[in-house]
Design a protein around this ligand. Sequence first.
Ligand SMILES: [Ca+2]
Ligand SMILES: [Ca+2]
Length: 478
Amino acid sequence: MLFIGLWSRLTAADVPPTLPLTGDRIVRVGSEPELQTAMSDLRHGDTVLLADGTYALTASLYVNQRNNVTIRGESGSSNVVLRARGMDNPNHGGVLFGLWSNSTNTTLAHLTIRDTYDNAVIFNAGAQSPRLYSVQLLNAGSQFIKANSTDATQGVNDGRVELCRIEYLAGPPATDHGAGVGYFNGISAHAARRWTLRGNLFKNLHNPDAADYPWNPAILMWRRSSDTVVEGNTFINVDRAVAFGLENTAIPDHSGGAIRNNFVYLEPGLMTPARTASSDATILAWNTPDTTIDHNTLLLNSNVTFAIQFRFSQTRDGAARHNLADAPVHLRDNATALLANNRSNARPEWFVNPSHGDLHLRPAAVDAIDQVPALEEVPIDFDGHTRPQGSNADLGADEWVPPPRPRITSADFHGPHFTVVFDASAGNTYYLEHTDNLPADAWSSLDPLFALADGLMALTHSNTLPQSPRFYRVHLDQ
Ligand SMILES: [Ca+2]
Ligand SMILES: [Ca+2]
């Protein structure tokens, strides 16, 4: 198959909408000293608005008993960069964290925090209802986001992490920061209730075998956490994607909640055979009653034994339904769950662009499309499309929507080459066809073109001669 793409355009998900600018005071800062002054003078209700640029942090940003504080850039997430001294640099200058808060309604938006020796963002006793929106957290020396508890039963509740990117750009921390080498998660929250993690990307949270922590979940909600919702996230090359609960404690380690409409992709050969042998699964429900795991898409390429695992006897009254994976669902150590319509033989060619974590369905995924009745609890898909489209709902996170007919926007000769430009939809294959007679007995097809993204594409009939008449059409392969 020929792959040529001339133009593409960003989808809405690549540039999240900008939050409206609110706050009792807008405190504008344009330099690191001004930022630190604003933090020292912080009042309840402040919005600290950072001008575009890179800020080399001389201290962590402390939101200490100041409620309703927002720290943000203007828009996007990459124009404002808060840089610490390096996740493996013991000369961290005391800049252990990016943001530290023990306050209510701390919001972080439209900026990047990178290269912290400890957590990128930490919420401690007293913090409630934190929000991260359109934030990049890169290269953290420990958990990217940590939510600690006041005691065994009271933690940071009602957190939201939306449209954020959490990634190691060149591998995880290589040195021991006190808890062993490779001690990280995307988020670790203790005794945390009602968090929502939606539309985020978790990438390369993967330790080498020599690390002390071979199985860090990107999302770890445990130690009496409850009612977490994890939806619409993309996980690429992570040791584990999600764990609701981990330990077989007398009181459930987590309860309730939903893991739905997520994409998980692991590249072939990510894990060594020894790792794979002890892998359990990518999504864990361990010691968590009443948890549902529905409509996820997981392409794991034989790196792990199971896609989803329920474990321990208090894990009951939950369900795994309508998941699309290339590995099965597993019940371990007396766990029970309702299992329905989970497919374990997914193929890479069913998906638009797996190595980029794009597990939208291609039309070729006939064994996934229109296979199940819509599930009342999961009425929309990864994209916000309602289920079902077509005669039935599709397995996995993406409900496939038939693409619009291609619309030709221009057609021109360039020497002996005739080029047709048209609107294409990601995941579909288009043919340029021609005939010299209408109605045509048969259309002649040129090499097909596969659309990696939505946008304009071009197909060229090379070394053809002008002939009158000749007719062209763009054919959508379905
Ligand atoms: Ca359908
Ligand atoms: Ca869809």
